[in-house]
Ligand binder design. Structure first.
Ligand code: NAD
Ligand code: UDP
Length: 314
């Protein structure tokens, strides 16, 4: 039975990943510093005999044994990653070095959770993996975007210099149960606002687009990428269905069954205007593509937030 280390395992994606790995019979070590992660996300796993929780910060060297490492540790919400920008940079750079050093000692395979943010505010649409991106290196998102770009570079260089077995995925906006209701991302904001009968806050004119992947689909893609021997990546993982934020607001209102008013707020600096993955590579190499339509994923997510907010089922 392989031992699998999931850094950031108490976060939104990490907790779903731990759950899926345990279900297939792996030994899982969940490592987290609980910056944006929550014990609530993994409390149902604590009694599992193949699950171990380790409070640790990847900015410090990591001493465990593992056969595979999923490096998910890093705040993902713009509000969270800009809260302490220098720490975000350290997590993606110093943390990545520590993870790769651990992999070198253990001869483990490492999967790095990179992001569509490496494309910045893209001038190519949809984004293919060979597009180099359009990132402002000194803007408010740079701590995250440039950190993740360095992390990709570290993976490729450790692979070339030391033969470390790396896998790089670029994750596009993903949503689902266990996203922190207060993390400031668009789906958690819109759903909690609609459920509370508050105005939905659309930043800017709401014509900017994003593509939303349901968490279960994404986790299948992540594991498929780790378990294949064909490529180190990068491989885009996301749902190519593209929505403007105004369209998303309408979809959320439908899922909640309530129409609240739209309130426009200033658009944050450097907010990408459009984002949509080209998933040709994921389809051909992993045989993967998302299956859950937005309406179905939103319904499941709304049910989760209802229970979080102590509201009766809709
Ligand atoms: P999240 O904030 O819910 O989870 C991140 C987890 O990492 C949290 O549990 C947090 O406490 C932990 N963490 C942060 N810094 C750490 C450190 N220095 N040491 C140890 N643990 C640390 O975010 P998420 O949505 O689950 O994202 C997980 C990963 O996927 C991140 O690397 C993120 O950049 C990447 N990603 C996510 C999305 C998305 O839409 N969810 C999109 C692109 C990339
Ligand atoms: N957004 C919005 N209202 C909100 C939160 C976000 O209109 O309450 C917009 C934000 O400006 C961006 C998009 O939704 O254009 C996605 O934002 P999110 O923070 O979820 O992630 P991003 O893709 O920007 O990293």
């Amino acid at each position: 039975m392989p031992t699998i280390l999931v850094t950031g395992g108490a976060g939104f994606l990490g907790s779903h990943l731990c759950e899926r790995l345990l279900a297939r019979g792996d030994d899982v070590i969940c490592l987290d510093n609980f910056f944006t992660g929550r014990k609530q996300n993994i409390e149902h796993l604590l009694g599992h005999r193949h699950f171990e929780l380790m409070r640790h910060d990847i900015v410090h060297p990591i001493f465990v044994e593992a056969d595979q490492i999923y490096n998910m540790a890093c705040p993902a919400s713009p509000v969270a990653y800009q809260y302490n920008a220098i720490k975000t940079i350290k997590t993606s750079t110093v943390g990545m070095v520590n993870v790769l050093g651990l992999a070198k000692r253990c001869k483990a395979r490492v999967l790095q959770a990179s992001t569509s943010e490496v494309y910045g505010d893209p001038t190519v649409h949809p984004q293919t993996e060979d597009y180099w991106g359009h990132v402002n290196p000194i803007g408010p998102r740079s701590c995250y975007d440039e950190g993740k770009r360095v992390a990709e570079s570290l993976c490729v260089n450790y692979h070339q210099a030391h033969g470390i077995d790396v896998r790089i995925i670029r994750i596009f906006n993903t949503y689902g149960p266990r996203m922190d209701p207060n993390d400031g991302r668009v789906i958690s904001n819109f759903i909690t606002q609609a459920l509370k009968g508050e105005p939905i806050t659309v930043y800017g004119d709401g014509t900017q687009t994003r593509s939303f992947c349901y968490v279960d689909d994404l986790i299948s893609g992540i594991i498929a990428m780790m378990d294949q021997d064909q490529t180190i990546g990068p491989v885009n993982l996301g749902n190519p269905g593209e929505y403007s934020m105004l369209e998303l607001a309408t979809e959320v209102q439908k899922a909640v069954g309530m129409t609240t008013k739209i309130e426009h707020r200033p658009l944050p600096a450097d907010d990408p205007k459009q984002r949509c993955p080209d998933i040709t590579r994921a389809k051909s190499i992993l045989g993967w593509e998302p299956k859950v339509p937005l309406a179905m994923g939103l319904a499941k997510t709304v049910a989760y937030y209802r229970s979080q907010l102590g509201l009766a089922a809709g």
